[in-house]
Design a protein around this ligand. Structure first.
Ligand code: APR
Length: 309
């Protein structure tokens, strides 16, 4: 494993993938390979991004292709390939089609970039992360799913607005599945260092939790075609920065558990330290009884989805 990150490949040059490529290119973190089954889309977007690079004042290279050999020796690979949610469609319904796409991508990544760290974005997220881990056989520190970072950011946006504080004044963890059974951990949620219950009324907190859970669907409802991509790409980017900067900051990501939280052989959102080797440590939060039960419900739902693979 190289010490510096030189190449990041993004599988799926749709809204999330292309917006992520823009974020990487503008900050010159690494060269980008934008790969898609629809070659015209990824070549066109990569060409457009290349034309923007001189204006960013850096020499970042962006290459579009449908050929996995171009993604050889990537340090990080992000899988966004799949079909987007449409109004009224839940995450689980996407499962059958997306699992075939993701399995194929995982096997091809393994062949060309056996040392890569993989970040999975395609839904249903936790089951897809598990599938990538199994299909590649990569060590568990090198496969993670992007969900909790996004869900926590959504919670923070809503809670900060309700409390009239800055985003950075809100701290929270969102664990469990990336879906209706996600668990915003209120017992560890603070606003300006105070427990959220001391700042916001119970009804307001309930509303924030509910809106956080439904945020993705709310956005799909407005867009009609396609789903959220600014916040999802920003969430992946924050994970990439933790890896490239070896920050070891604690982020909620979908991790493979082996005994942590009393669970085995499952990928589920939990807080973890993220650095140059990927997941360096899973953080076990103390949960109250209600949170434990909600987390277990989440795990059960993920297991049911994994069972269909
Ligand atoms: N290989 C490579 N790319 C593929 C494949 C494949 N086998 N199948 C589909 N794709 C590409 C599509 O051509 C499309 O460009 O994946 C891209 C997905 O982009 P969007 O439809 O714009 O979806 P996006 O909003 O970027 O979301 C990505 O994240 O929200 C989750 O599961 C959801 O599929 C969605 C993913």
């Amino acid at each position: 494993m190289a010490n510096t990150i030189k190449k990041i490949s993004i599988i799926g040059a749709g809204n999330v993938g292309a917006t992520l490529a823009l974020r990487i290119a503008e900050t010159a973190i690494a060269d980008v390979v934008l790969l898609d089954i629809a070659e015209g889309i990824c070549v066109g977007k990569a060409t457009d991004l290349t034309d923007a690079a001189p204006l960013s004042g850096n020499n970042c290279k962006i290459f579009g292709t449908k050929d996995y050999t171009a993604a050889a020796d990537s340090d990080i690979v992000v899988i966004t390939a799949g079909l987007p949610r449409t109004p009224g469609m839940n995450r689980e319904e996407l499962f059958l089609k997306n699992s075939a796409i993701v399995r194929d991508a995982a096997e091809k990544i393994k062949a060309v970039s056996p040392e890569a760290i993989i970040i999975v974005v395609t839904n249903p997220l936790d089951a897809m992360t598990w599938l990538v881990l199994k299909a590649t056989g990569f060590p568990k520190n090198r496969v993670m799913g992007m969900a909790g970072v996004l869900d926590a950011s959504r919670f923070i946006a809503l809670a900060a607005e309700a409390a009239g504080v800055r985003y950075r004044d809100v701290e929270t963890f969102v664990i469990g599945s990336h879906g209706d059974t996600m668990v915003p951990v209120l017992s560890h949620t603070k606003i300006k260092g105070r427990p959220i219950e001391a700042v916001l009324a119970p009804q307001k907190i309930e509303e924030i939790v509910s809106r956080t859970k439904n945020r993705g669907a709310e956005i799909v409802g407005f867009l009609k075609t396609g789903s959220a991509y600014y916040a999802p790409s920003a969430s992946v980017f924050s994970m990439i920065k933790a890896i490239t900067g070896n920050t070891n900051e604690v982020l909620c990501v979908s991790c493979f558990l082996e005994g942590e939280y009393g669970l085995n052989d499952i990928c589920i959102g939990v807080p973890a330290k993220i650095g140059r080797t990927g997941i360096s440590k899973i953080v076990e939060l103390s949960l109250n009884d209600e949170e434990k039960q909600a987390f277990e419900r989440s795990a059960k739902q993920i297991r049911e989805t994994i069972g269909k693979i």
